[in-house]
Design a protein around this ligand. Sequence first.
Ligand code: PGA
Length: 216
Amino acid sequence: MKYILGNWKANKNFTEMKQWIYTFQREYRANENVTLGVFPPLLFISYVQGKLKDCKNVFVGSQTISSFEKGSYTGDVTATTLEGVAHYSIIGHSERRKIFGETDEQLAEKVKQALAHGITPVYCVRDEKDPIPEGVKFVAYEPVAAIGTGQNEPPEQTVAMKKKMKLPNDVVFIYGGSVNEKNASDYFATGEIDGFLIGKACLDPEQFISIARAAQ
Ligand code: PGA
């Protein structure tokens, strides 16, 4: 199975989100070997999930998750709230680490919360030095220099990093950083990369779908 995950980050208003769904529903054709994940802003998750629930092999996820179970944590969105709606949660994206100061300890708590509520953590690491919490089965390697810069990492380098990480065989390894419809197939050609975490290119549903086609 290949995984094509699209992180919208803090983009799109309600109207733009509805346009994205409309185009996606029109263009999407399911393929049994490819799973898609859509990560809209938290407010839209439930709406998007409702609209896409009949699209085969398409799941919705959150871009982050609380490290707490529930309670007096104003503004946080917990796994308790997301359970049954979000299938995945991105945890440890470098923007969360850098801009919001999230620590390895907090990220490990987030992983525990997600797992306890049936949400699959998509755990982001910047290189082989970022520790991966127990129970993680999905690792997104995202070199900081490649995120949002248009300078994707050459696939040979990504494969070399995967080797350095020495991940167990049952862990899904995906790459993120300036993936687009032109460079996607170069990664699959290595036979070592299970998919992508995509930022900018997934904001356009047609580009998102054409990257998914490269995975078939
Ligand atoms: P990008 O973002 O595709 O815009 O480089 C990737 C990410 O941050 O996950």
